[in-house]
Design a protein around this ligand. Structure first.
Ligand SMILES: C[S@@+](CC[C@H](N)C(=O)[O-])C[C@H]1O[C@@H](n2cnc3c(N)ncnc32)[C@H](O)[C@@H]1O
Length: 445
């Protein structure tokens, strides 16, 4: 690690995770802790042809993507993006891609396994036909991402058939390929735009530095710039004290039940964060009662528990997970959150605003129980709730209720702004902060 100069954090030992990144100075909410370009990256199948294969920006009416004429399978904004990708890795993939794709197709792999083959082949193409030797390292110094990556802790499982599908021309050093692949599942990141996954990426330095917490004080966001690979910025979600460990979420903390198994089988650890410790003390999480009445009663009781019965106040509630009453534990069942968010979206879409506002408020309480302060999903949900409240206001609010309804749109928006401003912009243009600004403009008209 001595080769890296990272102003805000240093690696120190950790009893379970080998090492941890500790803040070497106070870091304020919204600051960028590190900023690193993807070393290897691949778009999701569903995004292929919709986004540039190098910068991940979306095609639109004024920017149509151009297909690589060699393999007819990679797409670029323009000649600049294509040239960057060609020199970086595509010159080693172009001629072999279609054969590899046909082989992968014939094996009927799951979506995530197809992604593994693609990302691994991009990684190997990036390092070239042979791994750098010590003398290369001395002269170029650009082997750092590779040596950092192979120095990471390996994951507990990696199916070997993936390595066997990599063409010989990329897989000259099978031992190295296995070493790299053994670190994929517990180290790689999903790349997102507005918190929706668009691809996967390898960011060795970020993997080396940051352990997981379900109550993280930092999170990655992605910046898409022409002719450059996606850039990860790790942003502080709250003020971080000097000496505090900086952690990011490896998966969505809303996976209140599945997360424990995923940590064990994919990452090889048991999470001891406050949220997991609280969830273990509340386990087993009971099933949600089937009747609609019971679901409504649980929602009311949850909002009552958080002190958010009717309206949202100037401060967001901070309900305690560990003190959640026994009768409300079923609300932590993943199926309850799924049901609530389905009900919220459907009702908002169909114009049943009072149902939407109620289920949206209950969902907000759940998010406040599960996510840490300023977590972007809370901000995105508050924005949706503000839009729903606005639609309710303009469609039907009785004049006597209009002032209160408008005040609720404003307060909901202001909470959304505070949270989303900390996380900042990521991915495509016209994101949540732009939507928020539009709605603020409408309110002020
Ligand atoms: C992305 S690496 C993190 C860097 C790691 N500390 C190292 O020294 O290479 C992920 C691996 O770190 C360990 N790890 C990460 N977060 C952890 C946590 N909260 N508790 C225990 N181990 C953790 C696990 O072994 C996991 O597979």
């Amino acid at each position: 690690m001595s080769n890296y100069s990272i102003p805000n954090v240093e690696l120190t030992s950790h009893p379970a995770a080998r090492s941890q990144a500790r803040a070497t100075q106070a870091i304020s909410a919204g600051s960028i802790i590190i900023s690193v370009p993807a070393f290897a990256f691949a778009l999701l199948d569903a995004e292929k042809g919709q986004r540039c294969d190098v910068c991940f920006r979306r095609s639109h009416e004024t920017r149509h993507l151009k297909k690589c004429t060699g393999c007819a399978s990679y797409y670029y904004c323009d000649a600049d993006c294509q040239m960057v990708h060609w020199n970086m890795e595509h010159k080693r993939i172009c001629r072999i891609y279609n054969k590899m794709d046909a082989l992968v197709g014939s094996r009927q792999l799951a979506q995530h396994e197809r992604m593994d083959v693609l990302l691994l082949s991009h990684f190997l193409a990036r390092i070239g036909p042979r791994a750098p030797t010590d003398s290369d390292k001395a002269t170029s110094g650009d082997d750092e991402p590779l040596s950092t990556f192979v120095s990471l802790l390996p994951g507990p499982n990696s199916p070997s058939q993936i390595v066997d599908m990599i063409p010989r021309s990329l897989n000259r050093q099978q031992e190295l390929t296995r070493k790299i692949y053994a670190r994929f599942h517990n180290n790689n990141f999903t790349v997102h735009s507005h918190m929706t996954t668009i691809g996967h990426g390898v960011f060795p330095l970020a993997s080396r530095l940051f352990n997981h917490s379900c109550m993280p004080n930092a999170a990655p966001r992605y910046i898409l710039t022409p002719a450059k690979p996606p850039l990860m910025e790790v942003v502080a979600l709250r003020d971080i004290d000097i000496g505090e460990e900086v952690c990011v979420p490896y998966l969505d903390p809303a996976l209140t039940q599945a997360r424990h198994q995923i940590f064990q089988y994919t990452y090889g650890f048991i999470c001891e964060c406050n949220s997991c410790t609280a969830l273990r003390s509340l386990s087993p999480i009971p099933e949600v009662p089937q009747s609609q009445d019971a679901v409504v009663t649980i929602g009311e009781a949850l909002r009552h528990y958080a002190g958010m019965e009717k309206t949202l106040g100037q401060a967001l509630p901070a309900p305690s997970l560990v003190n959640l009453p026994v009768t409300l534990r079923c609300a932590l069942h993943e199926s309850y959150m799924e049901q609530l968010s389905g009900q919220f979206s459907k009702a908002a879409h169909e114009g049943q605003y009072s149902i939407a506002i109620e289920s949206g408020a209950t969902l907000l309480v759940l998010y406040l129980l599960i996510y840490p302060r300023n977590y972007p999903q809370i901000g995105l949900h508050l924005l949706e709730l503000a839009k729903t409240r606005w639609n309710a206001l303009i469609s039907s609010a009785a004049p006597s209720e209009a002032a209160e309804a408008e005040a609720q749109v404003r307060v909901t928006l202001s909470h959304a702004r505070q949270i989303l401003a900390v996380y900042g912009r990521e991915g495509d243009e016209n994101g949540p902060l732009d939507e928020l600004q539009n709605l603020e403009g409408l309110l002020d008209e």
